[in-house]
Design a protein around this ligand. Structure first.
Ligand SMILES: [Zn+2]
Length: 371
């Protein structure tokens, strides 16, 4: 039984163990057994990922009957080998995953599913949506969980554009991360009550059976706007146009042009006026840099002051403006009261995990140096 591409090593091992009728730890011990003693740290609790050193990688590949390079190309957590486990004997350890993961679309991976053991995947760029079955895939260790998207056509349309961006732009993930920070800066300024988002919030709440508070921090809500921003700032022709406007008419004119176009694309014609007024208000606060929490303005400043061939710093997100990765952190920003209840509800309905826009960052505690 081979892994599915980008599968969690623990998901593959659990499926393998079920096919042999063995507990995962016993199967792992058998797969690693050889001339050396085998060391396995911790037990395979639900939600944990399996990390192995290079000797254990070789043993797992031998057990699967494939080349070690093929195994590492399929299982992201194997690359690089877990050096902190040491390399004297085959060693393995069960730790919290360090990347976001999702439960695969059941009809698309039906052959690989085992009873109560779905295929768990680390999603690449735009893999959090199955376009064929119109689902936003969530994260649960034991069962299929997803949001049906039939009544959210704007999310499906955004996903088509996101897929195209990921296919054509080598820095698509960085661009989407910056766009997510831009839209997050709007969300925390009180946009959550704005008509389009409010309507989408109610649809998402009814689809998931949750309250509006529990879905407020989910990545689906700002997704169409995030991809619209990403497409515009990632478009070389628009970058050229903004540079030209800044040169001929000054930075304020370039900002105006960018906001007008963004407002048109996200169907908020008031965007430019609203943000200009907001910036003016913020500038009145003493001692605060007006651009500190404005990743869009920072991007534009960087674009218009950078040589066109140098884009190394163009997509960096200023730390204070980053969209928080943790659901509970975002909920805390977006709700004035009841955020603990909202987070518990989101966790109970699998909304708190899963894909997040941008670069896959390491999350959760790092394993100790020596278990
Ligand atoms: Zn599917």
């Amino acid at each position: 039984m081979l892994p599915v591409a980008r599968e969690l090593t623990s998901s593959w091992l659990r499926r393998l163990a079920l096919s042999y009728g063995l507990p995962p730890q016993d199967l792992l011990r058998a797969a690693l057994s050889g001339p050396h003693p085998v060391r396995i740290f911790r037990v395979p609790k639900a939600g944990l990922e399996l990390f192995v050193n290079s000797l254990a990688q070789t043993a797992l590949a031998r057990f699967a009957g494939i080349a070690p390079t093929q195994l590492t190309s399929l299982l992201p957590s194997l690359e690089p080998a877990e050096e902190r486990l040491g390399d004297d004997v085959p060693r393995a350890a069960w730790y919290a995953p360090r990347l976001r993961w999702i439960t695969a679309c059941p009809p698309c991976t039906a052959l690989a599913w085992m009873p109560r053991q779905p295929v768990l995947l680390y999603p690449a760029a735009a893999d959090h949506i199955c376009l064929r079955h119109r689902r936003w895939l969530l994260a649960h260790c034991r069962k299929a969980v997803f949001i049906p998207l039939q009544t959210l056509p704007e999310v499906l349309a955004a996903h088509r554009r996101h897929t195209a961006l990921a296919r054509t732009h080598p820095q698509a993930e960085e661009i989407v991360a910056l766009a997510a920070a831009v839209v997050w800066s709007w969300q925390v300024q009180g946009w959550t009550g704005e008509a389009i988002w409010q309507h989408r919030t109610h649809r998402l709440a009814s689809l998931t059976g949750c309250t509006a508070s529990a879905v407020a921090a989910h990545a689906l809500l700002p997704y169409p706007e995030t991809i619209a921003v990403a497409r515009l700032i990632g478009d070389a022709r628009w970058q050229q146009r903004l540079r030209a406007r800044a040169t001929t008419a000054g930075p304020a004119a370039a900002t105006g042009l960018l906001l007008e176009e963004l407002g048109r694309r996200i169907n908020r014609p008031w965007l430019s006026d609203w943000l200009t007024a907001h910036t003016r208000t913020r500038r009145r606060r003493p001692g605060q840099d007006p651009a500190i929490n404005d990743p869009l303005q920072q991007w534009l400043n960087s674009l218009t002051h950078t040589d066109s061939t140098d884009s190394s710093t163009l997509w960096s997100v200023p730390a204070p403006a980053t969209r928080p990765l943790e659901y509970s952190d975002r909920t805390g920003f977006l709700l004035t009261t009841g955020h603990r209840t909202a987070v518990e509800e989101a966790k109970a309905t699998s909304l708190a995990g899963g894909w997040e826009p941008g670069i896959p960052l390491h999350i959760g505690p790092e394993p100790p140096l020596r278990p």
